[in-house]
Design a protein around this ligand. Structure first.
Ligand code: FES
Ligand SMILES: [Fe+2]
Length: 408
């Protein structure tokens, strides 16, 4: 449970808000690299309640500006992308990919040079890594880039996709930190036939719906072990990594050579969030995976609808014995994220033991927001972090073996 003030602090992310200010001290995943074609259309991007335009020049470089033309505010998503510049179609103001104004054709020649020098364009540093274009909205010098293991992987070893979901970013994040829901909300996807039981990542969750939790603090967040007792006396341990402010490594079975999964809940504004999945494989290219390869990778939530149509829930399926009645695991997550119908009133929650990870994440985020002083890195981030070593685990181990002894 949070106070109303704490709930407001955590969920409001616009310019000038406390949480918005601290979130801007992290590199932000903005769009998938593949969305921007060299010399192609500029794309609108909304992040933390601000509107931007991103484009790729013919030479491959990416420009990231405020959406509003510096002249009189027309959307630069209508602009022409040529000569490694965006040129507004209204009066032809032309801005090169580095953010420098290079032409103002409607200004008389005598004063044009002076005006060109004077006009400031709001442009933002970008980085392209792990199939994603990341942007720095924190002003001054960009901070430490989270160089996760997958951020410099070759083509095919890493895939990104996202759903644009009508939910607050914190609700989305909480869904991605919630181990207890896996064996319930997603139970339609458990293999129940003895012949294929264990093939799915979540099959063993059904033996124990009330996992015990243990934690290990980390400079970037925490490690969380959700421990379930198996009928034969062993323990099924799912170890997650939460990295501030919006990353969750989702436990996957199969060890280091299997597919790994990380999620991100990126605030678009207070009401919408991009729910990202990053899949990667350390040793081989990723194959087709029906659980993830669905819909448009730039917005897999498109067309899911609203509460009027129960976000696409199929009641006939529910009546026929299915648990949730959605077409995929991700649809289930999207529907749940949207089904709080706005920012939930966290002062009215009645929490249970299984919510302990979410409580911990909220506390950490509150501390981060309160202790952050403008211009400094968020607390914990003053040191160099070994991002590349972070990954999740899902293992069945003898009950007496501690999960902390498992090799990462
Ligand atoms: S509004 Fe863009 S050039 Fe005038
Ligand atoms: Fe889920």
């Amino acid at each position: 449970m949070l106070t109303t003030e704490e709930n407001e602090l955590l969920t409001r992310v616009g310019p000038g808000t406390k949480m918005g200010t601290v979130l801007r001290q992290f590199w932000i995943p903005a769009v998938r690299s593949a969305l921007l074609k060299a010399g192609g259309s500029p794309e609108r991007v909304r992040l933390l309640g601000q509107d931007f335009v991103a484009f790729r020049a013919a030479d491959g470089r990416v420009g990231f500006f405020d959406e509003a033309c510096p002249h009189r505010g027309v959307s630069l998503s209508l602009a022409r992308n040529h000569d490694c510049s965006l040129q507004c179609i209204y009066h032809g103001w032309k801005i090169d990919v580095s953010g420098k104004v290079v032409d103002i054709p409607t200004e008389p020649e005598a004063t044009r040079g002076e005006l060109i020098e004077r006009v400031k364009v709001a442009r933002y540093p970008v980085r392209e890594a792990g199939t994603i274009i990341w942007v720095w909205l924190g002003g001054s010098t960009p901070g430490d880039f989270p160089a996760f293991a997958w951020t410099d992987f070759p083509e095919g070893h890493v895939k990104s996709q996202l759903g644009i979901v009508r939910t607050n970013w914190l609700t989305g994040l909480e869904g991605q930190l919630d181990s207890a829901h896996v064996g319930i909300l997603h139970s339609d996807w458990v293999n129940r036939e003895p012949s294929n039981f264990g093939n799915s990542n979540i099959d063993h969750t059904i033996f124990d719906l009330a996992p015990r939790f243990e934690f290990e603090e980390q400079p970037y967040g925490y490690r969380e072990a959700a421990i379930r007792s198996m009928p034969d006396g062993t323990s099924y341990v799912r170890v997650r990594e939460f990295c501030l402010p919006w990353y969750s490594y989702i436990p996957q079975k199969g060890g280091r050579t299997a597919m790994q999964l990380m999620t991100m809940s990126i605030p678009i504004d207070d009401e919408w969030a991009a729910q990202w999945d990053i899949r990667y494989n350390l040793v081989q290219p990723l194959g087709h995976n029906p659980m993830f390869d669905y819909g448009d990778p730039n917005d897999g939530a498109r067309g899911i609808g609203g509460i009027e149509t129960r976000f696409g829930q199929d009641r006939a399926k529910v009546n026929g014995g299915k648990w949730a009645g959605f077409p995929s695991v991700r649809h289930e997550d999207f529907a749940i994220a949207m089904a709080t119908l706005g920012i939930p009133d966290r002062s009215r929650e009645q929490l249970s033991s299984s919510d302990i990870s979410i409580v911990r994440a909220r506390r950490l985020l509150l501390k981060t927001a309160r202790e952050h002083v403008d211009g400094n890195p968020p607390p914990g981030f003053e040191r160099k972090i070994d991002w590349g070593s972070i990954r999740s685990l899902a293992e069945i181990i003898p009950a007496e073996v501690g999960w902390r002894t498992l090799p990462k």
